[in-house]
Design a protein around this ligand. Sequence first.
Ligand code: ADP
Ligand code: MG
Length: 308
Amino acid sequence: MRRYIYSGLFVAILILLYFVRTKEFERSAFYMDTLWEVKIVSHVYPKRAFNRVFTVIAHIDSIANVFGDGELAKINSGHRMKVSSELKEMLEVGIKMGKLSGGAFDITIYPLMKCWHFFRDRYVPTDSEILAALQRVDYRKIEFRHDTLVLPEGYGIDLGGLAKGYAVESAIKVLKDMGVRRALVNGGGEIGVIGSWKIGIRHPRQQDEIIDTFTLVDAYVATSGDYERYFVKDGKYYHHILDPRTGLPAMELVSVTVVDTSGVWADAIATAVFVLGKDKGKKLLQQLGITRYWIYTREEFQTSEAPK
Ligand code: ADP
Ligand code: MG
């Protein structure tokens, strides 16, 4: 009898050790113009899970990248083609967000981003260049004919406002399908988690400081900030989130963070709220039923124009 008790105890300890002795493994890589950091809690190094996650991220990157010769790049250079299911999903969210935000979020922003040289070489376009580009920004012109995307001449699509969130969500889905019980995927500030994780929100004006922390459980969080891609020229500050009504960077806010049950939606909503500003942005959040968010205005950080 005693032998049974001992062996039972032994098995129980083994099971306990199995559940207790997990480690946090981490792998990072550069995709979509940003650093991706994936953390998986597991007993052994989860090589297969990491490989699958980065394959998915690389795949979404190749679809949504406006440079190179991926799907979206081809469409923007005039190819008429059937779109993949992933691209279609991203386009559908983009179009819906366009409607919900009254055009503040617009995935046909490509000609305008192009006229700002994608913020790559500190170029400030002239008024007439901006006006000409704005004439080719209107998400309502996007048409699908049997899964083939049809855009008017000179139009183009930029999914920079939601593609990272879509890739985060795709990566989390892959991990869930593999049975992973605790993981975090962070694509340059767009984050998705399985299980419970403590998240810090970056201070919009102090690079290494955290302005707030919270616990995220089985959900997504996205941040749109004016400090991600910016430059200063002739004492003026410019950044990459553009207001389609003016063609200029949206200047009321410095950062917006939102929590949602979808990664692609969180990403798109954060960008839309950033463009809309505090009052209209809050209305949109209310309409969408989003209750966890952080909005920081430029007024609150009067110390400097440009982020530090
Ligand atoms: P980040 O990419 O830094 O995480 P966002 O999610 O806010 O930040 O996306 C900004 C990107 O969205 C820009 O680089 C550009 O590709 C695209 N974009 C800029 N302005 C708009 C807009 N008004 N509507 C939709 N997309 C936009
Ligand atoms: Mg976004």
